[in-house]
Design a protein around this ligand. Structure first.
Ligand code: UD1
Ligand code: MG
Length: 472
């Protein structure tokens, strides 16, 4: 294989995708942290790298074309064009639009055709197809596979003189019984495909221009029949979308399990491909790990935890139903249950964040405790500070956010509010029930609450009904 082979990759993505039932264009339907179109695109990119091919990409767009283009266009590592197919007249017409819309496409040596809705394809199938094409010196190759129920697919009609592909609608009874079907993935010499395209008409049951008509008997073309139908799963509806998700999820989870991650229930654990996890970490069911997330080793991720774009260091527990977003959590911390760490949270080692605590844009030192029902926003909290139950940083004045600082080794009683901007020194003590609006120096004690008045026997005046105190 020579390095000088120029490959054009046409990804057909102009179809309406009605059956998927989403408002977004079908290529943009989300699947495990990416969009449908990302999968064939990255398979083709990886294939090109592996085979040293100089590749350019043409995404044929039609329905909601602006959205698809906007999503893909800023990937400057690859050469990509967005040819438009004005009317969806069939797959051959879509490929014609590719040659018209990509000014580089006719100058390529080879053209690979992929559909935007086959997310399980990998570079391996593409490489196999490429090698078979080159080894046989064919002009074009189609990928096929066998299925129990071939309904809806084009059938591979093999004969002594070669083969052709007949669509469901056009097939006769005998042809419909054929279980070898067309995957919709092809590679061809560009010169061959251009010549064939010019002769294709729409004289068929669907009245469409079929790309499958580039294959005819007596031509120098061939088939690679793949043993694994799964890789070619086409996603046309929510059921097939779930099937694809199931396969991708299992693949990712198995990858981690092989590296010593303990996933208790793989079917109910959702880890996106971009996530890294250390050895010995245990993940309970119902957890979602998204995006640019790194989990250390020997961590515990309990049920229902949602972790997005966050770093969790070794031996930390994220307890049930906690929600982390762009947060940093150091080693040996305990977070939750039911904690919410919002963007900008930075938590030091061995710190404890308990139930119903919300933290936003705040740096907490090591060995801090915020154990119950609190809001810590726009704050810097030194090491070894203890914050009681029901603490609130009053950080927002309606126009701006202000900072709360608490020095190390301080003790903040329960039910206190800090009216920011405010500065509490080191080793300070703030009494429970205080609303603090003035700075407290190092080692200072602050209390701000009404004095208590107690009157003996006066309760009888206020207690009525079933609470009334019986006179004896
Ligand atoms: C096609 C094949 C069929 C194969 C099946 C595999 C043809 C004629 N038939 O049928 O043999 O078994 O794929 O899944 O090619 N598209 C456009 N513009 C159009 C029409 C389609 O861009 O005018 C795009 C769609 O967005 C989709 C792809 O082409 O990504 C395939 O189109 P689809 O309508 O799904 O073709 P099938 O009927 O499934
Ligand atoms: Mg289809």
């Amino acid at each position: 294989m020579s390095k000088s082979d120029k490959l054009g990759v046409a990804i057909l993505a102009a179809g309406l995708g009605k059956r998927i039932g989403k408002k977004v264009a079908k290529p943009l339907v989300p699947l495990m942290g990416m969009k449908l179109v990302d999968y064939p695109l990255s398979a083709a990119i990886n294939f090109s790298k592996e085979n040293d091919l100089e590749s350019s990409f043409g995404i044929v767009v039609g329905h909601q074309k602006e959205d698809v283009q906007k999503y893909l266009e800023n990937r400057d590592t690859i050469k990509m064009s967005f040819p438009v197919q004005k009317e969806q007249l069939g797959t051959a017409d879509a490929l014609k639009s590719y040659y018209v819309g990509c000014d580089w496409a006719k100058d390529t040596d080879y053209t690979m055709v992929l559909c935007a809705d086959t997310p399980l394809l990998s570079k391996n199938e593409l490489t196999t197809l490429w090698k078979t094409l080159k080894n046989n010196n064919w002009d074009a190759i189609a990928a096929s596979f066998n299925v129990e129920n071939p309904y809806g697919y084009g059938r591979m009609i093999r004969s002594e003189k070669g083969f052709s592909i007949v669509e469901e609608k056009d097939a006769n009874e005998d042809q419909r019984k054929i279980t070898e079907v067309n995957s919709g993935l092809y590679i061809a010499k560009t010169s061959y495909i251009l010549e064939q395209l010019s002769g294709i008409d729409s004289n068929n049951e669907a009245g469409e221009f079929y790309l499958t008509d580039i294959f005819k008997p007596n031509l120098n073309v061939g088939i690679e029949c793949f043993p694994d139908a799964q890789s070619f799963l086409g996603v046309n509806n929510p059921i097939q979308l779930e099937e694809a998700l199931f396969v991708l999820k299992k693949k990712i989870n198995t990858f981690h399990q092989k590296r010593g991650v303990h996933i208790l229930d793989s079917q109910n654990t959702y880890i996106e491909a971009s996530v890294e996890i250390g050895k010995g970490t245990t993940i309970y069911p119902g957890s979602y790990l998204h995006g640019n997330t790194q989990i250390g080793s020997e961590c515990m991720i309990e049920p229902g935890a949602i972790i997005k774009d966050s770093k969790v260091a070794d031996e930390t527990s994220i307890r049930a139903y906690s929600y982390l977003e762009s947060a940093l959590v150091a080693k040996k911390c305990a977070i939750g249950p039911y904690a919410r760490l919002r963007p900008g949270t930075d938590i030091g080692e061995e710190t404890k964040i308990g139930n119903f605590v919300e933290i936003k844009k705040a740096k907490l030192g090591s060995k801090v405790g915020v154990s119950h029902l609190s809001y810590v926003g726009d704050a810097e909290i030194g090491e070894n500070v203890n914050i009681g139950c029901g603490f609130i940083t009053c950080n927002y004045d309606g126009a701006e956010k202000h900072l709360t600082k608490i020095g190390k080794n301080s003790f903040i009683g329960s039910d206190t509010q800090m009216i920011a901007p405010i500065n509490i020194g080191e080793s300070a003590f703030v009494a429970s029930g205080s609303t603090i609006n003035q700075d407290v120096p190092d080692q200072g004690f602050a209390i701000s609450r009404g004095r208590q008045v107690t009157k003996e026997k006066l309760a009888a005046k206020f207690l009525r009904g079933k609470w009334a105190i019986k006179k004896d």
